[in-house]
Design a protein around this ligand. Structure first.
Ligand code: AP5
Length: 216
C-alpha cells in the first residue's frame, strides 16, 4: 500500500498513521517527525528548519523534497509506505509523482481526514508530546496518568512550539492557502478518498481501513 494522508494540522494524521502503518505493515514517514528529530539532534537540517516550524510556515520545498527523495530511496519500502505531512503544496505533489513514476510505483490512494475547525483547535492546544519517546498525549482526550509525565517511559511531556495559539492560527492559514489545493490535485488524479476524522481514534481507524479496502 502506497498511501498519503492529508488533513489540516491536528486532524489526527500522526495518530491514525501509527495504526494504519501497523495494519498494512508499512513504514510511517512523517516529514514533521523527521524534522523534529533533526532539531533535537542539532543537525544542520534541524538548524535550517527550526525557525520555519516555530512560526508555522512551510519549510522551503528544496529542503523538504530532497529529504523525502532520500527517504523514499531507503530499502524498507517493499510493502509500500504511508506519507504523513508530505506533500503540502502542489509543487511537492508534482515532485512526489515524479519520484514514484521513476520507481514505477505510483500511489494507491490519498486519504483525506476531514474535521471541523473548532475541533482542530481543541486537539492542538491540548496536545502534549513526550520529550523522550515522542508518544503523543492529549490533556483531555488521552491524558497521561500523571500530568506532564509519559506513561510509557516516564519522560517529560511538553507542548510543541507550534501548538501555541498564535502559531496554530498561522498553520491553519497556511493549510488553507498552500496545502488544501492538493485535495483537488489528487481528486483529478482519481486517488482521493475522504473520511470524517471526528469520533474516537478506533472508529476513525476502522472507517479508514474500510474506505481503503476499495484500493487494497
Ligand atoms: P507536522 O508535524 O506535519 O504537523 P501538522 O501537519 O501540522 O500535523 P500535526 O502533527 O500538528 O497534527 P496531526 O494531524 O498529526 O494530529 P495528531 O495525530 O498529533 O508539521 C509541522 C511543521 O513542520 C509544519 O508547520 C512545517 O513547518 C514543517 N513541515 C512538515 N512537513 C512539511 C512539508 N512537507 N513541507 C514544508 N514544511 C513541512 O493529533 C493532534 C492531537 O489530537 C493529539 O493530542 C492527539 O492525541 C489528539 N487526537 C487525535 N485523534 C483524536 C481523536 N479522534 N479524538 C480526540 N483527540 C484526538
Amino acid at each position: 500500500m502506497r498511501l498519503v494522508l492529508v488533513g489540516p494540522p491536528g486532524a489526527g494524521k500522526g495518530t491514525q498513521a501509527q495504526f494504519l502503518a501497523a495494519h498494512y505493515s508499512i513504514p510511517h514517514i512523517s516529514t514533521g517527525d523527521i524534522m523534529r528529530v533533526n532539531i533535537k539532534q542539532g543537525t544542520a537540517l534541524g538548524r535550517e528548519v527550526k525557525s520555519y516550524m516555530d512560526r508555522g510556515e512551510l519549510v522551503p520545498d528544496t529542503v523538504t523534497n530532497e529529504m523525502v527523495r532520500l527517504r523514499l530511496n531507503e530499502g524498507d519500502l517493499g510493502n509500500g509506505f504511508l506519507l504523513d505531512g508530505f506533500p503540502r503544496n502542489v509543487g511537492q505533489a508534482e515532485v512526489l509523482r515524479a519520484i514514484l513514476s521513476e520507481k514505477k510505483s505510483p500511489l494507491d490512494a490519498v486519504l483525506e481526514l476531514s474535521i471541523p475547525a473548532d475541533e482542530i483547535v481543541k486537539r492542538l492546544s491540548g496536545r502534549r508530546t513526550c520529550r523522550n519517546c515522542g508518544k503523543v498525549w492529549h490533556v483531555a482526550f488521552e491524558p497521561s496518568a500523571v500530568a506532564d509525565v509519559c506513561d510509557v517511559c516516564q519522560g517529560e511531556l511538553y507542548q510543541r512550539e507550534d501548538d501555541k495559539e498564535e502559531v496554530i492560527t498561522r498553520r491553519l492559514e497556511v493549510f488553507k492557502e498552500q496545502t488544501s489545493p492538493i485535495v483537488s490535485f489528487y481528486r483529478n488524479e482519481g486517488l482521493l478518498i475522504t473520511i470524517s476524522a471526528s469520533g474516537t481514534v478506533a472508529d476513525i481507524t476502522e472507517r479508514a481501513i474500510s474506505a481503503l479496502s476499495r484500493v487494497h
